[in-house]
Design a protein around this ligand. Structure first.
Ligand code: GDP
Length: 444
């Protein structure tokens, strides 16, 4: 998981403070030395670390901590604040043109995730802004790039303007924009060529596209796995193109934190989105405060709730609430819910967004995968329609039949039915506004 090492390191450092009634200057200095090491090991840019540590140390030695009754909490809060600041304070929305189309130009090195992110962004705009985006295929050096963009475009249901690989990309962009104007597309996403490293020819081409298209956004796509190098490359692109924002990709990998924590400081440009997987819906708005919380192992409940809201159809949610009130929640609804949960993304990633779970040692052994959910579903699918509607029908002989049909043990089937009944009862209690059900769920 992203930031795992850094997160563990920082929590260990802070645990040495816990229980201390008062902190001495020496305690603070010691902790800050450790924080500094942790950041450097996470591949954060040296100057950024230096500035950060200085800032935190000054505040930690100030009255707000030294006079506080729980100094360790105060220190953690300061680190949390300063990490947030380092990554930009607030989420910064995409620029939007006063008249259509809003033009977004994707730039970055090869393999950073430009084309994938172009597709994710289109999907995001379609879902959140009912947009009608069009892509322009501006990477004329690799025929495979155009094919890849076409595949992605087909998946999100948006057209691609392309003229193969023989023309000047500036010309293609010009013709593409004319096409978009004709079709009244409200967003145009220009995919551009990348290189393995920054070179003058590439920069010159990008500058010419910029000059022609006047994009509202120039998004630098940065591979977070490359650590602080990403920040350096971003700086290079920014100097030439004056980028408007950054998308940080591959945050689902075991990236250490160097890119996320350096890039804002080094370029002064906001990180607007983060990519957290290869699938086209795995793009999230970047919230510096939530990311800081995540780094400090405090979870990311807000993103979790938002995910639930966007993924969970409103009408479905209403229907479900109705069913719970009437106590008619059955195994068919259970399957619907499992489908919803699976759509939200990998279970263990979701679990880690719950405060205290990310670095909870118990999580190390938890591996709730698609497989477990598939097992539960297999059990339900082995029931007859009547049994799905009326769980009370499930006597021992029916349970044995279901076990055989689903390839699970009878114990497994029993456990699942018991859990189902428990959660149904709990939901019923919660729907009556009785929070003890919730407390049972949280407290065990
Ligand atoms: P481009 O050369 O910059 O256009 O990069 P691509 O869009 O072709 O992406 C390069 C590789 O990175 C592909 O295999 C993508 O699937 C993968 N990729 C892009 N974004 C993400 C992400 O957020 N997470 C993961 N795990 N992989 C990603």
């Amino acid at each position: 998981m992203a930031f795992e090492g850094l997160s563990e390191r920082l929590q260990k450092v802070f645990s040495t403070l816990r229980g201390k009634g008062k902190l001495s200057e020496d305690d603070v200095r010691k902790v800050m030395r450790e924080v500094r090491m942790a950041l450097l090991e996470a591949d954060v840019n040296f100057d950024v670390v230096k500035g950060f540590v200085k800032q935190v140390r000054e505040r930690a030695l100030g009255a707000e901590v030294m006079d506080s009754l729980s100094p360790s909490q105060q220190v953690i809060k300061i680190v949390d604040d300063e990490l947030t600041k380092l990554m930009g304070e607030e989420a910064v929305p995409l620029n939007k043109a006063p008249h259509i189309p809003t033009i977004i130009m994707m730039v970055g090195l090869q393999g950073a995730g430009k084309t994938t992110t172009a597709g994710k962004l289109a999907k995001y705009l379609i879902n959140n802004d009912k947009a009608r985006p069009m892509f322009i295929a501006g990477d004329v050096y690799r025929p495979a790039a155009i094919e890849q963009l076409k595949t992605v475009a087909q998946q999100v249901g948006a057209p691609v303007y392309e003229e193969g690989t023989d023309k000047d990309p500036v010309e293609i962009v010009k013709n593409g924009l004319a096409q978009a104007a004709e079709n009244k597309n409200d967003y145009v996403i220009i995919d551009t060529a990348g290189r393995l490293e920054i070179d003058d020819k590439l920069m010159d081409e990008l500058a010419r596209i910029k000059e022609l298209a006047h994009p509202n956004e120039i998004l630098f796509v940065a591979d977070s796995m490359t650590g602080q190098v990403a920040a350096k490359v971003a700086h290079g692109f920014d100097e030439q193109l004056d980028i408007t924002g950054v998308v940080l990709t591959k945050l689902d990998g075991d990236t250490r934190g160097g890119a996320a924590l350096s890039i804002r400081s080094v370029t002064g440009k906001p990180i607007k989105f983060i990519g957290q997987g290869e699938k086209l819906d795995q793009l999230d708005v970047f919230h510096p405060d939530r990311m800081a919380n995540r780094i400090l192992g405090m979870g990311d409940m807000l993103t979790l709730i938002e995910k639930a809201q966007t993924d969970y159809d409103e009408k479905q949610a209403k229907d479900m609430a109705e069913k719970i009130r009437e106590n008619s929640f059955d195994f068919n609804d259970f399957i619907d819910q499992m489908d919803q949960i699976q759509k939200m993304g990998p279970m263990d990633e979701l679990m880690k967004m719950i405060p205290g779970m990310a670095n909870n040692p118990a999580m190390a052994n938890v591996n709730i995968g698609e497989k477990d959910i598939d097992h539960l579903k297999a059990i339900v699918y082995s029931m007859t329609p009547k049994e799905r509607e009326d769980p009370d029908l499930l006597n021992p002989s029916r349970r044995r039949r279901i076990a055989g049909g689903s390839g699970q043990s009878v114990q497994e089937v029993n456990r699942m039915i018991k859990q189902f009944k428990q959660s149904r009862d709990m939901m019923k209690q919660m729907s009556k506004g009785n929070m003890s059900g919730m407390e049972q769920m949280m407290g065990g």
